[in-house]
Design a binder for this molecule. Sequence first.
Ligand code: HEC
Ligand code: HEC
Ligand code: HEC
Ligand code: HEC
Length: 176
Amino acid sequence: MVGTAVTILMAGAVGAVAAMSSGVAAEPESAVIAEHEFQDASYAGHKDGCRKCHLKEHRSWSKTPHANALDRLEGEDANNPECLQCHTTGYGEPGGFTSIDDTPQLAGVTCESCHGPGSAYRDKETMKDHDASVAAGLEMPNETTCRGCHNEQSPNFSGSFDFEAMKEEGVHDIKQ
Ligand code: HEC
Ligand code: HEC
Ligand code: HEC
Ligand code: HEC
């Protein structure tokens, strides 16, 4: 997030300088940058990013196997990109998991694995407005979300996935 803000400021400065030297108004530049910032949504982490406002979901989620999914990878597999893509959050994506030392909050299958990277929707004003949250990248997970990991590419896949049954034990307390 800090990195993104710095990039935007620098891009803005370059745009302003370019605009000054060419005599073109700087206005359109900032519009493009604002859109770019949104598309660059990155991962906030479950503790810093979500917990303070969603204590109930956080507490119940932390008791599911998802919270400790990285611990399942032993030996060299703990650094194997093929395994990390499903046992961590956002691996290989901008701002996603890189290593347990650098991105400890993205170890395992965390909030943003299912709900999308939260940097652009996690502020209170956006969150209170469902449509605005979705526009900023919030996902309301469904069976397709789960099957993104629960599929044949998992070496331990049982061969079938019962969404309703798995939702009971694998997500967090869900309001009805
Ligand atoms: C500043 C407080 C705050 C933070 C931080 C926050 N949320 Fe929210 N969130 C809210 C509020 C307020 C609502 C709307 C009321 C509700 O459903 O609890 C909401 C609603 C939601 C909903 C339901 C949306 C809907 O329209 O049904 C989801 C899913 C969600 N948040 C996920 C997250 C995730 C994931 C994170 C972390 C990346 C996060 N929130 C961070 C305050 C926050
Ligand atoms: C394995 C996927 C998964 C993970 C991980 C996950 N959620 Fe959810 N979340 C769901 C599903 C599924 C729903 C229900 C969606 C619906 O009703 O359409 C949901 C609903 C919600 C809601 C809406 C209110 C409610 O309770 O129904 C909030 C808020 C929320 N999640 C926050 C979080 C937070 C915070 C975390 C991390 C601590 C998290 N979620 C982790 C799948 C997930
Ligand atoms: C980012 C990948 C990913 C997504 C998305 C995901 N899961 Fe999982 N899930 C895993 C991994 C990895 C494990 C194994 C964790 C462990 O054994 O420690 C797991 C384990 C589970 C378990 C424990 C039982 C078992 O088979 O080991 C349940 C239940 C579950 N997931 C349900 C869901 C549901 C429901 C959704 C969608 C709402 C979902 N998962 C989405 C990766 C994912
Ligand atoms: C396509 C996503 C995906 C990939 C890739 C993946 N896993 Fe998993 N892993 C899962 C899911 C989902 C589960 C939960 C069991 C299930 O339903 O498949 C799981 C469960 C596990 C478990 C617990 C098994 C059990 O019976 O409790 C281990 C161990 C594991 N994975 C190791 C690995 C290793 C090692 C790799 C890399 C070689 C890997 N996984 C790659 C998704 C994946």
